[in-house]
Design a protein. Structure first.
Length: 338
């Protein structure tokens, strides 16, 4: 056998060995046929941190709603809906809360507009503040509150100026009374008393009702048997009460009628009748407000119904509604977390 023949035989044997080895090697994944079973779809599940966040925001929403802070409750429910896009329950609860806020805003705006038409800035301010608590960017309520604040500031400045003028007059009167009494006739003391009274009445007419009423009370305590002057003082205070009632400021009118009766020191049928009528009207107003608020603001409903019962203790409907509102508020605050 020649050398070329031997080399040719060895090459053929090597090729045969290589082919056999390839035939016996196991198939790799790349060689697997395309007809294998499909990979199952991946299922998205809330992880631990997400579940904890959802639970926390649900609890915060419940607490905010129980306290009457509906916008904050809505914010937390919105976060829950973002964390669980498929949770229709959270989305539906958020939509219901939006409707509740819209109803509350509408009702408080109606109440505020009615108070403004009646000239009751205090009640209007309270209603506008309820609107802003539900909808902080409400343009009408924000504009109205700025105007009320401006009017209150102007009134306060005018009252301070009036008090300063009257206090100067009081100081002059005290200096006159402190002068030596030697040789001064008794009529002079009476004149000084009359001057003191006039300054108190002037102070009241200038707008400083609270300070003037205190001073008038002091004067009455010092002259309890001066029936004619006490009647005059009561009449001045009652006249202010009528002005306030005409302007729709019922609570201020009621307070002044009651002061007028106390300063007079004896019954006055017409003033007593106005006191009874105003108490009844205020009780009904706060009752109606409380009934409306029970649908959207339980703490506010409780406050309104408490005021109704304070003004009209005989209003059995208000007393019953107050018990219901307190029970509902307490039950909501004790609701366990879902």
């Amino acid at each position: 056998m020649t050398t070329r023949t031997i080399a040719r035989s060895l090459a053929a044997a090597a090729v045969a060995a290589l082919v056999g080895a390839c035939a016996q090697a196991p198939a790799t994944p790349d060689d697997a046929p395309s007809a294998t079973a499909p990979t199952p779809p991946r299922v998205l599940r809330a992880d631990g941190p997400r579940e904890e966040a959802v639970r926390r925001h649900r609890d915060l929403a419940r607490e905010a709603r129980a306290s009457g802070d509906l916008p904050t409750a809505l914010d937390h429910l919105h976060i829950v809906a973002m964390l669980l896009p498929g949770d229709e329950g959270a989305r539906g609860e958020a939509n219901a809360l939006r409707d509740q806020i819209r109803r509350g805003v509408r009702e408080h705006l109606e109440s505020a507009r009615a108070a403004m038409r009646a000239g009751d800035a205090s009640r209007a301010s309270t209603s506008f503040l309820h609107v802003l608590a539900l909808e902080p960017r409400n343009a009408e309520a924000s504009r109205a509150m700025r105007e009320i604040d401006r009017q209150n500031m102007a009134r306060a400045q005018a009252n301070r100026a009036a008090r300063a003028r009257v206090q100067d007059l009081f100081a002059d009167a005290r200096i006159g009374k402190a002068a030596p009494a030697a040789g001064r006739p008794a009529a002079a003391d009476a004149n000084n008393d009359g001057y003191d009274l006039e300054q108190r009445l002037e102070m009241f007419k200038a707008g400083d009702s609270a300070g003037a009423l205190r001073e008038l009370r002091v004067w009455v305590d010092a002259h309890p048997k001066d029936r004619a002057t006490r009647q005059r003082i009561g009449a001045v205070v009652a006249e202010r009460a009528r002005e306030l009632e005409g302007a729709g400021q019922r609570e201020g009118a009621l307070e002044h009628y009651e002061h007028a009766l106390a300063l007079r020191g004896e019954p006055q049928a017409q003033w007593s009748a106005r006191v009874a009528a105003l108490r009844k009207a205020l009780g009904n107003d706060y009752y109606a407000q409380g009934v409306k608020l029970m649908r959207s603001d339980l703490p506010g409903a409780v406050r309104a119904l408490e005021a109704s019962v304070k003004f009209d203790p005989q209003n059995a409907n208000a007393a019953g509604r107050l018990r219901d509102a307190k029970a509902a508020r307490d039950k909501l605050s004790r609701m366990p977390a879902k």
